[in-house]
Design a binder for this molecule. Sequence first.
Ligand code: NAD
Length: 484
Amino acid sequence: MTSKTDLAPITVAHGDGIGPEIMRASLDVLEAAGARLAIEEIKIGKEVYESGHSSGIADSSWESLRRTKVFFKGPITTPQGGGYKSLNVTVRKSLGLFANVRPTVAYSPYVKSLHPGMDVLIVRENEEDLYAGIEHRQTQDVVQCLKLVSRPGIERICRYAFEVARTTGRKKVSCFSKDNIMKLTDGLFHKVFDEIAAEYPDIENDHWIIDIGAAKLAAEPHRFDVIVTSNLYGDIISDIASEVSGSVGMGPSSNIGASCAMFEAVHGSAPDIAGQDLANPSGLLLAGVMMLNHLGQFDIAETVQNAWLRTIEDGVHTGDIEHPSPDARKVGTKAFAEAVIKRLGQKPQQLPAVSFEGGVEPISIPDLIPQAPQNKKLVGVDMFVESRDTPSHIAHRLIQQTNDACGLSMISNRGVKVWPNGFPETFCTDHWRCRFMSGLDTDFSGTDIAGLLGRLADAGVEVVKTENLYQFDKEAGYSMVQGQ
Ligand code: NAD
């Protein structure tokens, strides 16, 4: 927190696409409101990649981020289906920004919304899940993306969601997962959520399977207060939420870590409208308000948000939102910022004004509770084999290489058991999961796996990946296959 006179050092990146326009507009408003900021500008994203930095960010920029610990960031473009990796994800993970907090509020009747009164806060896990970006092409036909989640990661985000709810006076936290299908990964998310929920008896909790949860969020958002979910689901549902609340251009977001924080809009770089003075700067500007509160500049944060509320109430809006009043005035990015600046010091007359007087209580970053070590036992191995053969021929070749220490227990293709007793109707690719289990009374070790792997290689079997099968305190740490 900075004093009334200190300038708070922050790092600013204008970003790609509409980024420079909305960042300029947002900074103009913050500066006109008297925000006490010492800005260090860095360049990240497309331009940096194209100048030869494959990471999209220079070392000097990392130094700035680690020095200021506060990042105000415009959206950046990430190529689809190939090219460089997402710098957004790199920054979030490198700086330990584990929680992505995305409030969604409907400002009806001044912004046409499917759901007047909507007010949902999404707390998205920000470092794990499919966004680890660990992908491999394993066979001619098959590629994989690893969904990695950890107990500490889940514990921290769930506890943070309950802390947010308690600190901000919200009543309920809902967990979204797909634990009916991903019983280990999403199953752990749900299980840990239930454990943490029990520590907060003053806050209601419930769980939704992500598909129906997303549908209900789009159709009946009043059912929800705080939602906590994993990285990919959180990314998807926060766009749904901000779109049904009025416009994807209005959603702010903070990315919170133990020592650093980043503030940005929910939306992307909108290349379709870049450079045309059409973009709505509200998402980024409201992220700026979150940043001012984080810096302890509550008075300025309040002034900016109230002026912004008054602006939309007065019918001044960018083209992405619909204002019902015939007197409403559609303006460009720059003119919208000027309209907010003109209203600094004013409060909304109909919409509730915000008051940050006395400060905004910081959300405490939860400590991790150490877990008792579990008894881990190796009981088998899944070997993933590339072949165009039939399941029974593959089984025949594999069985020749097994011994008493480990036997072939089943083969699956795309998760469905195809040997023994598979169906001829099942479509099979060239990628087979072959499960070898240790003999009942024998200890199984890495040496057995290495021996089996060597014999399979000698026999010309193409093993593209192995995955050890463990029990933890006698509970299987691997999934069964469909049909098993
Ligand atoms: P997008 O959010 O950029 O745009 C989706 C639609 O919403 C477009 O029609 C766009 O014109 C509109 N829109 C978005 N923001 C707006 C605003 N402020 N005002 C008015 N209209 C707005 O999503 P996209 O097209 O899927 O992604 C474009 C690029 O942005 C991609 O490279 C993507 O990877 C990147 N992206 C970056 C971030 C980030 O930097 N945090 C987040 C999401 C997407």
